[in-house]
Design a binder for this molecule. Structure first.
Ligand code: ADP
Length: 540
């Protein structure tokens, strides 16, 4: 067979295979179907041309000439149809589809049952076959240019408006592919025949391969999930087609048998390859759906968590202000700011002050929790005298300790001020938590000793009590959220188990350490905090 005819046929076969692949892979995606229709018309054009060039039968030549013009005539509206559906990602309006079908039908009649556009063929003096045109030939060209022009306009207009870079590249590929082929075909298949040059009519259909490759690439980019599958199928189809043509061109029976066996082997291999890729694509698709669902669920959870933190934060703020006012008035009453009180009244107000203090601590624990969880905990890191902070914290708990008849003592073993870069309020809160725990978890008449010292480049604070103690299995569990030990729950049922969690976070954010030691249940405990000592501030 003539290599030109073979090439035309090969391209037509490949293009037809791509059309089929897109049709079966469309999965309800209208643009895929539209694309497969358009590619199909290009394939038919190629078949028509190869048949026209190959046959020597007058009847077949006449029919193939009409057929190739009909198919070629359809490519432009089919392309327009594809561009519309690709861009809008939806079905074409009914009216447009209807108009396209009516036009197609009229064209069909015009091509096959009249000589209005094409009137058959003739053979030139040099033996080359050419087309005989009818009076309506111009109509063919007009519809071609109109549809191609409309499609181009649509592509350009959409590309300008689009923001999605991915889609922009796709449209660029489609436009580029189309108009490369259109320019080639305009010369070899439209203008040349007008000048009675017919030997290049095969170039148009062969160049459709460029078109189809570029657009196929663009579309598969659009639907990433099936891209691998489509690429594999196209690859396999091309190989099988070449194999098939090779086989049909065998010269001896021996060669034919060998090639048929090879072809069958190739077929089986291709089937297995595609099946594997299909499975993989399906799995990926499932995974994609699951991941998507998970992402949504995760988003929901995040929103809920944020709502919870916000609620906690607002509620805590609202609760704290009135409580601070009550605490203020209670201590004014205790200090005799409103006159001398009876012993009974003093006792009641002391209880009130302590309860209010507990409530305030509870609320600030909640507030701290929501701050930690929302990542909104902020520090004002400046140089501070840690001795003073600790002294203040201990002072604030004196009333409570006295009430419980506890011996609460503060000892500065360093004998000087000790400076650190820290957030004063947060560190004070940590100290209050530790001393408050020691007071809370120590029996009446017990002893709490708070001390501070310098250990080389660290400031060490210890809070030692002779209270309920902590068993060895529990000692490492204290610093997590909502950690509560049974013994402690008995002593103070109102605790939340948040104080040490907050303390650990704050101390570690300061580059320090916090830990607890205890001889065991009932043997008292000591809590330690170490904060980096700031030499520069100390020397000032
Ligand atoms: P809360 O005191 O509100 O329960 P914390 O986070 O301050 O929360 O303490 C967590 C747990 O650590 C307490 O419930 C208690 O079991 C234990 N704990 C803390 N301090 C002491 C202490 N001084 N003696 C014994 N156990 C303690």
């Amino acid at each position: 067979m003539d290599p030109i005819i073979l090439a035309t046929l090969l391209v037509a076969l490949i293009v037809a295979a791509i059309s089929l692949i897109f049709y079966f892979q469309s999965q309800g995606y209208v643009a895929s179907v539209a694309y497969s229709i358009f590619v199909f018309t290009a394939a038919m054009w190629g078949f028509g041309v190869s048949l026209f060039l190959w046959t020597s039968s007058p009847m077949l030549s006449d029919l193939s000439a009409r057929f190739l013009y009909l198919a070629g005539g359809f490519t432009a509206p089919a392309f327009y149809f594809f561009v519309e559906t690709f861009i809008s990602d939806s079905k074409l309006p009914r009216i447009k589809t209807f108009a396209i079908f009516v036009t197609s039908f009229i064209l069909f009649i015009l091509y096959f049952f009249s000589d209005f556009i094409i009137g058959g063929y003739f053979v030139t003096d040099t033996g080359i076959k050419g087309f005989l045109y009818g009076p309506g030939r111009l109509l063919f060209d007009i519809q071609l240019w109109v549809f191609m022009g409309l499609a181009l306009l649509k592509l350009i207009k959409t590309r300008i408006k689009l923001k999605d870079e991915n889609l922009k590249t796709q449209i660029l590929y489609i436009t580029l592919g189309t108009y490369i082929v259109l320019s080639i075909a305009a010369i070899t298949n439209v203008f040349a025949p007008l000048l009675n040059i017919f030997q290049y009519i095969w170039i148009g259909p062969v160049s459709t391969i460029v078109w189809v490759i570029l657009i196929t690439y663009a579309i598969t980019m659009h639907r990433l999930l099936n891209a691998r599958l489509i690429a594999t199928e196209i690859f396999v189809a091309i190989i099988l087609i070449i194999f098939f043509i090779e086989t049909s061109l065998s010269r001896t029976t021996d060669e034919l048998i060998r090639k048929v066996i090879l072809l069958i082997g190739g077929g089986i291999f291709s089937y297995l390859l595609i099946r594997g890729t299909v499975r993989e694509a399906e799995q990926r698709e499932k995974l994609e759906v699951l991941t998507h669902d998970l992402e949504i669920a995760n988003e929901e959870l995040k929103k809920l968590d944020q709502a919870k933190s916000e609620f906690l934060s607002i509620a805590s703020h609202q609760l704290r202000s009135p409580l601070t006012a009550i605490k203020g008035y209670a201590s004014m009453l205790l200090e005799g700011g409103f006159g001398k009180l009876s012993v009974k009244a003093l006792e009641v107000i002391t209880k009130m002050a302590i309860s209010t203090e507990n409530l305030i601590r509870l609320i600030s624990d909640l507030l701290n929790l929501s701050r930690i969880e929302s990542g909104k905990i902020q520090y004002e890191m400046v140089k501070n005298n840690v001795v003073k902070i600790l002294d203040d914290a201990v002072d604030g708990l004196k009333i409570k300790a006295e009430k419980l008849e506890l011996n609460l003592q503060f000892e500065n073993r360093a004998g000087t001020e000790l400076w650190a870069i820290c957030d004063k309020d947060k560190i004070r809160e940590v100290f209050i938590n530790l001393v408050d725990n020691a007071v809370k978890y120590t029996k009446r008449n017990g002893k709490v000793l708070v001390s501070i010292n310098r250990m080389r480049d660290q400031i060490r604070i210890s809070v030692k009590d002779d209270g309920i103690g902590i068993s060895p299995e529990n000692i490492h569990k204290l610093f997590v959220k909502f950690a509560r030990v049974e013994d402690a729950a008995r002593v103070d049922p109102n605790g939340l188990g948040l104080g040490l969690y907050f303390a650990k976070k704050v101390v570690e954010d300061h580059g320090g350490k916090i830990w607890a030691e205890s001889g065991g249940s009932g043997k008292g405990s000591t809590f330690f905090v170490e904060l980096p000592f700031n030499k520069e501030s100390q020397n000032l």
